[in-house]
Design a protein around this ligand. Structure first.
Ligand SMILES: Nc1ncnc2c1ncn2[C@@H]1O[C@H](COP(=O)(O)OP(=O)(O)OP(=O)(O)O)[C@@H](O)[C@H]1O
Ligand SMILES: [Mg+2]
Length: 502
């Protein structure tokens, strides 16, 4: 059985050997160090002596908790990397820092480079990032969400039909075509799409632009085994076409695990293993941890590296031993050569040409504004509680103020003063009320704004303006009118049949 496991991991089947061949052919294409063009040449990500602390403020005193401890590693172009470790090991933290999406609460020490160049703000254009927790506007349908995202993210020269075809291809591949007109929904009573469908939708949103570097934080959590395999299969295909994919994953089946070309195991913030997935069993075997035939290797590694309650001390000793052994192993040396080479070339050869998105035309800011207004308008129109609260607030205020001036005789001196008071009230109510209601709108969608801003989707000013415009009723009417036209189109299904999608 152990032999069978190794066979599967070594890529015995035809599909795997085919995949390996295409990955190898990509790797053989040499990378030019005089030019920096990750979109054309693929992304090699390397990090050296990376330490990450979380800032924790308690009674005015700032403490630092170390989450990642002096990690070094590299991920080559065209790799599909499984980032694994027990819950709380630091996977999401490491990934957020490598993806340049980390929160301000993290302090980062160490160096990270992409093809020899320090990672920077450009990461938002270069990489896709699928977060562990999905975040959507719940009142939109799947098609509306994808259409808005495609218009915000894709090249402005693409025609409407090209964008639609791309959306349909992705949704068909991910099995989401049947939910095309389902509301995404939120949680609890507001729930519409299932958890797994939302995960797939989040993945679909990230692969719209075919990023050369993709981070996926637990993309298969909540998915059934077939969907999970399908999703990792898509990632594997993308990797074979030169995309670099780093993916955290829990409890992968043998089939899924064997699709990953590289494995990064972390425990207590340290590296327990980085190297080929197929060699991980051998590494642990050499340390005296032989994977039992009844275990999936991935589960077995996590079992060794976990620290169950009550056994913290012995687990810490085991983890320390494994990490120390890894640090002096040939596997670590192999990775270290890549890391040092990447950093050396980054310092030695200053690229003459920087090409990030040479053949890409971003959508104009006014089009971005249109799509954002469009999105918020749909949200306002479909969320009856927003409108109802506003109407009730107005009615309540009118009754309250009306009672204050009840029975006023406008022909007396006091009456004239009261009329002045009413006019003042009318002006203040109609100015301050909308102002304050605008302010209350912002915190609700701030997390989505921060994510999308970090992904380079729009400027904060565009976002701010779009929110205000979406509250103007005339703008809303215009959007409602354009909506009926926008979502009726022909789709050609895979089997050649044609159907109308409304
Ligand atoms: N901003 C923060 N402040 C304090 N502690 C933090 C912060 N961010 C992360 N941590 C801690 O760092 C550790 C690693 O968190 P992280 O989310 O990276 O874990 P993970 O490996 O992704 O776990 P899971 O598999 O459960 O998602 C956890 O113990 C977490 O509590
Ligand atoms: Mg996590």
């Amino acid at each position: 059985m152990e032999e069978t496991q190794l066979d599967v991991l070594n890529g015995d089947s035809d599909i795997e050997s085919e995949m390996q061949a295409s990955i190898d052919s990509f790797r053989e294409r040499s990378r030019s160090y005089s030019r920096w063009s990750p979109v054309d040449e693929g992304v090699t990500l390397a990090w050296n002596n990376l330490t990450i602390y979380a800032k924790i403020k308690k009674r005015g005193i700032t403490n630092y908790k170390r989450i990642i401890n002096d990690m070094s590693g590299a991920v080559k172009a065209g790799s599909l990397v499984a980032l694994m470790g027990a819950s709380g090991a630091g996977k999401s933290t490491l990934m957020s820092v490598l993806g340049y999406r980390n929160s301000a609460k993290l302090v980062v020490e160490g160096d990270m480079i992409i093809n020899g160049r320090k990672i920077d703000d450009y990461m938002k254009y270069l990489s896709g990032y699928m977060h562990q927790e999905d975040m959507f506007i719940p009142y939109l349908t799947v098609l509306e969400h994808m259409t808005i995202m495609a218009n915000l993210k894709l090249d402005r020269r693409l025609t409407r039909d090209d964008k639609r075809q791309k959306i349909l291809n992705i949704l068909t591949e991910l099995g989401l075509l049947k939910c095309l007109h389902s509301k995404i929904g939120g949680t609890d009573q507001n729930k519409a799409l299932s958890g797994g469908e939302k995960k797939r939708l989040a993945f679909a949103t990230e692969i719209l632009i075919d990023p050369p570097l993709l981070f996926c934080d637990e993309p298969t959590t909540g998915l059934d085994s077939y969907s999970a395999q399908k999703l990792v299969g898509i990632m594997s295909k993308m990797a074979s076409e030169r995309t670099t994919i780093v993916c955290t994953i829990h409890q992968p089946s043998m089939d899924i695990f064997s699709m990953f070309t590289q494995l990064i195991l972390i425990a207590d913030g340290r590296t327990a293993y980085i190297g080929a997935t197929s060699k991980a069993i051998e590494f642990f075997q050499n340390l005296g941890y032989t994977c039992p035939s009844t275990y999936s290797p991935a589960d077995y590694f996590i079992k060794i590296l976990a620290s169950p309650p009550g056994q913290e001390d012995s687990s810490r000793q085991t983890i320390k031993r494994i990490c120390d052994q890894y640090a002096v192993s040939d596997y670590a040396k192999e990775i270290d050569v890549v890391v040092q080479y990447e950093f050396h070339m980054g310092r030695a050869v200053v690229p003459r040409r920087f090409e990030l998105r040479s053949n890409f035309k971003e959508i104009h800011w006014h089009s971005k504004l249109y799509w954002l207004v469009y999105r918020w308008t749909l949200e306002v129109m479909r969320n009856p509680t927003i409108e109802l609260t506003r109407v009730l607030q107005r009615v309540g205020t009118a009754i309250l103020i009306g009672f204050c001036y009840f029975g006023t005789n406008p022909y007396t001196q006091n009456g004239v003063q009261s009329v002045q008071g009413v006019i003042f009230m009318l002006v203040t109510e109609n100015t301050f009320h909308p102002m304050y209601s605008v302010l209350s709108e912002f915190p609700e969608n701030t997390p989505i704004f921060i994510r999308e801003y970090k992904s380079g989707l729009y400027h904060p000013a565009t976002y701010y303006l779009s929110r205000i415009l979406s509250m103007v009723s005339r703008v809303r009417k215009f959007v409602e009118h354009s909506r009926s036209r926008r979502f009726t189109f022909n789709t050609t299904l895979g089997n050649g049949r044609s159907q109308i999608v409304n």
